[in-house]
Design a binder for this molecule. Structure first.
Ligand code: FAD
Ligand code: UDP
Length: 378
């Protein structure tokens, strides 16, 4: 009999397994249907010995010191600031759009003040910003929207930006200075020896047992446990009783090349004609030196593992119905990107898992606390 069954060994499940085992002294069975821990952040060495991310580029960035402190127990860090280029009209240009993007795209020499005016002359008046199209056309105008956002978004999500919540393209700022970093968070780094090594250190505890290639649906009636934490898709947990929640997936094409470097930065976006959205070259992220290099192409698709909740009002409404079912299950905790249907980054999932652990501590007296009280009373 286990004190806890945790479904999913990504950030959500692994943080909670670690906290429960180390702070409450309770036993955890952590299962995942994949053949590895780490969830979508999993990395591994490919046949050429290059450290790659199997599910696309994962860059750690956060403003949460508590989250950095927590993860730093399990890894050292390699400072890394992410820079992305977009191939537009045959040129490689910085994205997010900044002063250099515009000057190089149009062969101009604008100052920051002049660029403010350039945008002001082009931006469209939108009374209420609701969609991902509204966000961009009301900031930089339609031509730049078409070049950098419309095609990329249509590929990535299989729908037009006008059909997606504003939250999607709001992730990408517009700058009038020359800052070409993708993120501006106070902490930006990669785990020094990779994500998987960090997860292995987190989960190395005598109270944690891991079972891989194990689907919850196959074992739920065979394993005995007291409490459940579920980090898979919430609609699946409830047998899709209100219908399927849409999740967007990706197909990755991984390649190793007989050359030291393929492209100047870790990620190049293709917002125009190609079928893929972006190419990642992993050595830029990890700092690894090797005579060969490994890259991956990302082809968005509706079939395959669920990766992204799709931020749209109707999906949010369907999720609310599942959320109500989840709230009625006081014996189950739903945590993570799939179980709470939120387009969360890794640090936000760690924050959510740590907050869940605090709630567990507040509501359930732990075996370890009971033991301490008994010793004190004797
Ligand atoms: P997951 O990592 O999805 O883990 C859930 C686990 O549950 C999976 O391993 C799955 O196999 C398992 N599971 C599900 N159902 C079952 C079941 N029924 N039985 C058994 N196991 C089950 N975030 C960043 O901060 N920076 C980035 O640069 C970044 N890049 C990203 C790039 C891509 C292509 C993607 C898809 C995501 C990216 N993210 C990034 C987001 C990041 O991957 C997530 O925030 C994080 O991995 C979510 O962790 P999680 O534990 O909630 O979910
Ligand atoms: N986006 C775009 N062009 C780009 C980069 C991003 O249109 O060159 C849009 C697209 O809709 C994407 C969203 O902005 O899904 C958020 O981009 P981000 O890089 O944050 O997505 P992630 O890969 O982290 O999910």
């Amino acid at each position: 009999m286990f004190d806890w069954l945790i479904v999913g060994a990504g950030f959500a499940g692994s943080v909670l397994a670690e906290r429960i085992a180390s702070q409450r002294g309770e036993s955890v069975l952590l299962i995942d249907r994949r053949n590895h821990v780490g969830g979508n952040a999993y990395d591994c060495h490919d046949d050429a010995g290059v450290l790659v991310h199997r599910y696309g580029p994962h860059i750690f960035h956060t403003n949460g010191q508590q989250i950095v402190d927590y993860l730093s127990q399990f890894t050292d860090w390699r400072p890394y600031e992410h820079r992305v280029l977009a191939r537009v009209d045959g040129k490689l240009l910085p994205i997010p759009i900044n002063l250099d993007t515009i000057n190089r795209l149009y062969g101009l020499d604008l100052s920051s003040d002049e660029l403010e005016r350039f945008f002001a002359e082009r931006r469209e008046k939108v009374d209420e910003i609701r969609t991902s199209e509204d966000v961009v056309v009301s900031t930089v105008g339609r031509e730049l929207y078409e070049k950098f956002f419309r095609g990329y978004t249509r590929k990535q999500w299989g729908m037009d930006p006008s059909e997606l919540n504003k939250s999607v393209t709001s992730r990408i700022p517009t700058r009038t200075n020359r800052d070409d970093r993708y993120f501006t968070d106070s902490f930006q780094a990669m785990p020094l020896h990779g994500y998987t090594r960090m997860f292995e250190r987190m989960l190395k505890h005598p109270k944690i047992k891991i079972m891989l290639q194990t689907d919850y649906r196959e074992i739920r009636d065979q394993i005995r446990y007291n409490r459940l934490i579920f980090t898979g898709p919430v609609d699946e947990f409830f047998d899709w009783q209100y219908g399927k929640l849409p999740y967007r997936s990706l197909r990755f094409e991984h390649r190793t090349l007989d050359q030291e470097q393929f492209q100047p930065v870790a990620v190049v976006n293709y917002p125009q004609t190609e079928d893929f959205t972006r190419i990642t070259e992993y050595k830029h992220l990890t700092g690894q030196k090797a005579p060969k290099t490994s890259i991956s192409y990302e082809y968005p698709t509706d079939v395959g593992d669920p990766y992204y909740p799709v931020p749209r009002a109707e999906n949010e409404a369907l999720y609310k119905r599942y959320e109500a079912l989840a709230a009625a299950r006081s014996d189950v905790w739903f945590v993570g990107r799939l179980a709470t249907y939120r387009y969360y980054n890794m640090d936000q999932v760690v924050g959510q898992a740590l907050a869940t652990f605090r709630r567990i501590q507040d509501t359930l007296p732990s075996a370890a606390a009971g033991e301490r009280a008994k010793v004190a009373a004797e």
